[in-house]
Design a protein around this ligand. Sequence first.
Ligand code: PLP
Length: 452
Amino acid sequence: MTDPRRRLPAVDALLAEPEVAALAATGPRGLVVRAVRETIEAARANGGSAPPEGWSAAIRARVQRLAAPSLGPVINATGVVLHTNLGRAPLSRAAIAALARVGAGYANLEYDIARGARGSRHALCRDLLVELTGAEDALVVNNAAGAVLVALSALARGGEAIVSRGELVEIGGAFRIPDIMARSGATLVEVGTTNRTHLKDYEAALTPASKLLLKVHQSNFQVTGFTAQVPAQEIAAVGHARGVASVYDLGSGLLVDLAPWGLGGEPTVLQALASGMDAVAFSGDKLLGGPQAGILLGTRAAIEACRNDPLARAVRADKLTLAALEATLALYRDPATSLREIPVLRMLTEDVAQIRQRAEALHKGVGKDADVVEGESEVGGGSFPGAKLKTWLVRVTPERHLTPDTLAARLRASDPPIVARIADDRVLLDPRTIFPDQVETVARAVRSALDG
Ligand SMILES: *Cc1c(COP(=O)(O)O)cnc(C)c1O
């Protein structure tokens, strides 16, 4: 018997099929050719049998899939507010408006309008950050990993940087402090132990080659039991006394205290600055609730050194980031406005009774095979590790023929895709992260997934 894979049609033969030829005549030909090739490959991988729906239909469907943007909106029904896989912080209306305003045309990104001459992009969010935080100076780069890299390069290159063994962390996406350190040109000096590090450990490690003391916030894990860490304030004091720089990698950029909403323990940006560290680094798209960005705040000398470091150019922020960040930061001028307008803060501080109402509405929309139960949401994004926020969940228990995995897959296949949680053989939908104007859409998708 001949291998059926050898009888697969040729690309040209399929392109000559009337329906495919029509696609190629009206649409981008390169895209249709790619779809034809991939459809043949898929058939080959499938043992050589023709697509069940027929070649032309399979090719048409693939053209449609390939033409759709690969990056698109999804509905986050997981209840993880800062979901790194789902793009972390949704932007405020003000930030979206700023993106549109600046992205559509030319902008004064590096142009001083008053002088009619070249300006600096570094001036753009600087004054606002200084106003909001009281820091002497500020620098915005592409992300917090970049900010830490720049700070280490500017302040510790060619020398030793001292870090506690309890803070040699890995943050999602393979950001590891020892690797970043190596790339920055600083030599890592580890002090203390995994669970306990004392001030005397830092002091004993200081040598003439020491250039920097680094503190890294344990943003995505907790060490419990017999533990000791040195507060930032004490590290900063040793740095000042011994003439070495100090940097605090804070991770999340919390600008308002969320303790009244049961979220305590995460240092705020103001607390980090008050510790006296020379520079503090944090993300724009974690608790700050803005676009992906890395923000450095600190003394005039430290930030100036960072700004002048060649790596600052390599990780500089673009005009869209700066526009969205400026608009986000401006909302913090009034804390009440920030809590209302910045989606991340709104979701984290939302009254649980309101979440319950949304759960009831969703439950009503779904109708059958569901109930409303108490549960917990997560902050996510390497912030407030271990913190649980009380929420109300819509728990979907499909009939026996439908597994939770299949139901969840159907929800992901809806438009827009809906990402849910699965626990105890049930699909859980957390309205904390489902926006009010998405409830209808989710209800409809769940109904159709249950019936499909
Ligand atoms: C998240 C995090 C980073 C990296 O931030 P990005 O903005 O994703 O680059 C660095 N340090 C700490 C402590 C973090 O939590």
